[in-house]
Design a protein around this ligand. Structure first.
Ligand SMILES: [Zn+2]
Length: 355
């Protein structure tokens, strides 16, 4: 058990056997034997190793060990194996703490994920993808309004959302998998909010569409279409833009971006998909985006980041209800007990004033 976790933590830290061995004054052979489970480190050694690898010693001793299943990375051939390894270690660690926290509750504090029964069994056209997004919006009580907090929406419907801050995520586009039967989606912490949201909606698309798509539809493209439809419903596009347009103002794209939390380019595609503009107008705008360098970074204010608060909230709730004590809470939150005690009392936070 310790061995497997040690290997994972070492990979997550990006250290070679030798680098770790040097840092803790042990031989490579010893580390290798620990990782293979042929030898068990003493508690003093484990403490040193934990320090170097930036994990708490409890990490090595945790009894549950989860496997990520059905990992689906958004296709980016350029994401290196090392980065993917690190991401997967971070996700496993976060997911394990989630599952442990849930197991400490006498009754599950979050609902189980279930797809709407009204979803068509077979989806074989783009119109049906739009319909699936519409059904999901209705079932989840979202109406046709902008979705203010997509992470919260997913979490309250039983999807585990993991926000990862591993280095080197520039080329990582998100991931869907499942762990212990719970679907999880992963996004990078530091991306602009509109990019995070598109990824979250795309990954939700996999959950909704995966077993339903007809062979003529490419799943990646279908999930992109679903994501656009979920974030910015066709009906809303037409309501704002009109049914037919031969010219657009770029500020219109900017305003819709900020209202619905989808990139300007995403808005452009939605306008085209709603049949408001022709393919050729869409293409000329696309070329304009490239020319202006907006495909790398869109102009103006960024859409706010999304973050997750549910896990932390449930740790505190468990503490308040007496399911766990302070040290378990600190362990779950991966911070020291001293820091936890201070955060618990809101120390260091200043009172709001009118000034
Ligand atoms: Zn995908």
């Amino acid at each position: 058990m310790i061995g497997e976790r040690l290997l994972r933590a070492r990979k997550a830290a990006g250290l070679s056997l030798r680098a770790l061995a040097d840092a803790v004054d042990l031989s490579q052979t010893a580390i290798n034997k620990y990782e293979k489970g042929e030898l068990t480190p003493s508690s003093g050694q484990l403490l040193k190793i934990a320090k170097v690898l930036g994990v708490r010693t409890e990490y090595f001793l945790r009894s549950t060990s989860l496997q990520l299943e059905g990992i689906e990375y958004r296709k980016r051939a350029s994401t290196s194996k090392t980065i993917l390894d690190r991401i997967s270690v971070d996700i496993t660690d976060q997911a394990e703490r989630w599952i442990e926290l849930l197991s400490l509750y006498p009754q599950p504090p979050v609902s189980k994920f279930a797809l709407p029964e009204r979803l068509p069994e077979r989806i074989s056209s783009e119109e049906e993808i739009e319909l699936a997004a519409e059904i999901l919006r209705q079932e989840w009580g979202l109406g046709t309004n902008p979705i203010p907090d997509l992470i919260d929406t997913l979490e309250s419907h039983g999807i585990m959302v993991i926000v990862t801050a591993v280095d080197g995520l520039e080329k990582f586009d998100g991931l869907a998998a499942s762990v212990a039967g719970i679907p999880i989606v992963v996004v990078a912490k530091n991306w602009p909010g509109d990019r995070q949201r598109f990824t979250l909606a795309h990954e939700l698309g996999h959950l909704v569409l995966h077993d339903r798509l007809a062979e003529n539809l490419d799943e990646e493209k279908a999930c992109n279409r679903f994501a656009g439809a979920l974030l910015l419903p066709q009906g809303e596009v037409v309501k704002v833009m009109g049914t037919h347009r031969t010219a657009l103002e770029v500020r219109e794209l900017y305003m819709l971006k900020h209202e619905f939390g989808i990139s300007m380019l995403g808005v452009l595609f939605r306008i085209k998909q709603a049949g408001v503009i022709t393919e050729s107008i869409c293409r000329s705008w696309f070329m304009e985006f490239s020319k202006q360098g907006w495909r790398k970074g869109e102009p103006g204010d960024q859409y706010a980041h999304e973050d997750t608060y549910l896990f932390q909230g449930l740790v505190y709730r468990a503490l308040a209800e007496g399911y766990i004590g302070e040290s378990k809470a600190a362990e779950l939150l991966k911070i020291s007990l001293t820091r936890f005690k201070s955060e618990r009392k809101l120390e260091g936070l200043h009172a709001a004033t009118d000034q």
